[in-house]
Design a protein around this ligand. Sequence first.
Ligand code: NDP
Ligand code: A1CAB
Length: 293
Amino acid sequence: MFISRLPGSRGTLHAMTNIAVIGGGRIGEALIAGLLASGRDPRTVFVSEKSSERATQLSRRFGIRTLSARDAAEAADTIVVAVKPGDVESALSEIGDVFELSDNDKVVVSLAAGLSTSWLESKVPAGTAVVRVMPNTPMLVGKGMCVVSAGRYATDENVAFVSELLEPVGRVAVMAESALDAVTAVSGSGPAYFFLMVEAMVDAAVALGLPRPAAMELVVQTFLGSAEMFLAEEKQTGTLPSAVASELRYAVTSPGGTTAAALAEFERQGFRAAVLDALGAARDRSVKLGELY
Ligand SMILES: NC(=O)C1=CN([C@@H]2O[C@H](COP(=O)(O)OP(=O)(O)OC[C@H]3O[C@@H](n4cnc5c(N)ncnc54)[C@H](OP(=O)(O)O)[C@@H]3O)[C@@H](O)[C@H]2O)C=CC1
Ligand SMILES: O=C(O)[C@@H]1CCC=N1
């Protein structure tokens, strides 16, 4: 099967392992917040952040230690690289000799869009286990989607280890690395598409005369309820065939009714083509990022 969902044995294997998060920006913070909210001991998480102001903020907020990239990597078994793609090479070079000096086998987990495991492997000592992950920001509330791909030297145990580490912050799927640019376009960037849709619908509701707070409540509850309907269906059947979306949409669309009028307008305005082109552009950008560095 293309996606394999891993069994949820939360928190057992990882209770005592230390994690270094190099880069405490938006995704680094989402990961840290999600891990701690799931019960991880803050003494097992270290963050390295370039901006001292931001580092202090994270340390105060989460009760975790801020260290240099090198010290964080030295203290950890799992080194999560959560800096922008263009900063990954210098972040890895700061860690430098930690791999050779250490007596434990460290796993490097890159969250960076576009950068391949073979590129990452060329920046660390030969034989280092590298795992590439495409997460998304809903990790912050334990509802993330992480897709995990093994590098050349990463064993099945390394992949299981990283997958289990991420399970407390959402769903985890293991896929071949060839899928990761498309995954980035779908689930990595996906939260932004959702928020854009929320903004667009709220603005449209305001244009129709609804007060903004009421418009916000209507839109958010509608999306939340619709997503919950999907999950209920999945719970019941164990799978989510794509026909489910069509069926649920048909159930809202009365013949000659309001929904049909709106959907016809979406089609006239090229909604599906826009989605297709937008995700294609995101995928192409991910490929390009991999060629830039
Ligand atoms: N945001 C998202 O939704 C997602 C992001 N990603 C990936 O995650 C990575 C990070 O993205 P994001 O969190 O949005 O980016 P941010 O810019 O918000 O965070 C990166 C942080 O790392 C800091 N930093 C840079 N170099 C170092 C270093 N050598 N040591 C320590 N800290 C450093 C940056 O500081 P400064 O700004 O001062 O340079 C910044 O605070 C990217 O590679 C992106 O592709 C993947 C999936 C989703
Ligand atoms: O926009 C980006 O490049 C990153 C990767 C996926 C989401 N944010």
